[in-house]
Design a binder for this molecule. Structure first.
Ligand code: FSX
Ligand code: SF4
Ligand code: F3S
Length: 393
């Protein structure tokens, strides 16, 4: 790690240069480096190493390919404000080929790609956006007469690092939704080896930036989970960090869009929120630099599980989520017994019976949550009358 004081030294020409080019104050630049360090879960002092890498490291050449997608990944990057993408292109990466952003077209564009590959052989970063169709030898997606399959294999052969950006490139995403007529799939499957994936539709631009800066700072890509996702961004369930979690725990749910629960910001579980089975840092990072709570659930829409293979674009949006590791409590004990209603043997027995029923039916909690409110109330009444029967009332 570098020495923070060295980086903070205003007299250093390089830092002065970099903040000039980024059009940021020195304080904002260092704050940007700290934010990235925190986002990556790096220890204190890492911000200095990041600042130094951005300041001095040679910008890696990036070749960015587009296949079956909506260009939302690039769009979300263009919405990153601190710093903006154009400044990042100049100062952090050298974007040598990007069909949407480059001025060149046709043969000129293809020549730019080949030149960048040749000049940076073994050193460039390949970023792939969009799914790759594999049916009929990949004829459903061609660029310059070359199939996506061939182009991606050609570009990956001499890349120093390969990153799949967005859910489409990570595992097929939206284009792979059934019946998937073109056989759309993810980059790793086509290359036959694991790649770093930054899923999300679109992905959070800071997760991509942090991954690239990690490569720049440490010369390697960050640690990933079994699906290739950087652990710093995808190791926690959305449900664990959601601001509506207290409502979930308290059993307060929006039942319909626009109902009073929805308007009061209650939990969206019963509207099909997939936060309980989706790993991503959306609640903590937010999107679009538009202030707090700017993420799907924060805006009142259930998470559709866009970062999660087998959930996003696979499960119906209204279907209730699988609970991976957190079941909501069915009830809490009263802290203070109500006045004049001391516990009797009969009520203690009833509580024991209820507790046993609750414990034995832990798996049913999840199922119960999927029931409509009316059905749930009916279920509760039934359980209560059963308990009374046992009590002999
Ligand atoms: Fe779109 Fe990217 Fe979704 Fe896919 O993002 S935002 S369809 S993940 O490949 O352009
Ligand atoms: Fe948040 Fe969704 Fe979990 Fe409710 S179910 S707490 S809205 S992530
Ligand atoms: Fe996607 Fe859910 Fe985050 S829909 S953007 S993973 S909140």
């Amino acid at each position: 790690m570098g020495d923070l004081n060295e980086i903070f030294d205003l007299e250093r020409k390089t830092l002065h240069d970099v903040v000039q080019r980024l059009d940021m104050s020195r304080r904002d630049f260092l704050q940007f480096c700290s934010t990235l360090a925190v986002a990556m879960g790096l220890p204190s002092g890492a911000e200095a190493a990041i600042a130094k890498a951005i300041e001095t490291a040679k910008r890696p050449s990036v070749i960015w390919l587009h296949f079956q997608e909506c260009t939302g990944c690039s769009e979300s990057l263009l919405r990153a404000e601190h710093p903006t993408l154009d400044k990042l292109i100049l100062d952090v990466i050298s974007l040598d080929y990007h069909e949407t952003l480059m001025a060149a077209a046709g043969h000129q564009a293809e020549a730019a790609r080949k030149d960048a590959m040749k000049a940076n052989k073994g050193k460039y970063v390949l970023v792939v956006e969009g799914a790759i169709p594999v049916k009929e030898n990949g004829i459903y997606c061609k660029i310059g007469g070359q199939t996506a399959i061939d182009m991606v294999k050609e570009c990956a052969a001499d890349a120093a690092a390969v990153i799949a950006i967005g859910s489409c490139a990570s595992w097929g995403g939206m284009p792979s939704t059934g019946p998937n007529p073109s056989g759309s799939t993810g980059l790793g499957e086509v290359l036959g080896k694991p790649v770093v994936t930054i899923p999300g539709c679109p992905p959070n631009p800071y997760n991509f930036l942090a991954t690239v800066v990690h490569f720049l700072t440490f010369g390697k890509l960050p640690e990933v989970d079994k699906l290739g996702r950087p652990k710093f961004a995808y190791s926690r369930l959305i449900h664990e960090n959601c601001e509506r979690r207290a409502h979930f725990d308290a059993g307060r749910f929006a039942i319909e869009f626009g109902d009073s629960g929805h308007r009061q910001g209650y939990c969206l579980y019963k509207l099909g929120c997939k936060g309980p089975e989706t790993y991503a840092n959306c609640p903590t990072l937010g999107f679009g630099d538009a202030g707090e709570n700017n993420w799907p659930v924060g805006c009142g829409h259930p998470c559709i599980g866009c970062t999660e293979k087998g959930v996003g674009f696979t499960k119906p949006i209204h279907q209730v989520s699988r609970m991976i590791n957190v079941a909501p409590p069915l009830q809490y004990p009263r802290i203070v017994e109500e006045q004049g209603q001391g516990a009797t043997f009969a009520s203690a027995a009833a509580l024991t019976a209820l507790a046993a029923a609750a414990a034995g039916a832990a798996a049913m909690l999840t199922r119960n949550l999927g029931l409509s409110h009316a059905a749930e109330e009916a279920q509760r009444a039934k359980d209560a009358s059963k308990a009374k029967e046992k009590e002999g009332v």
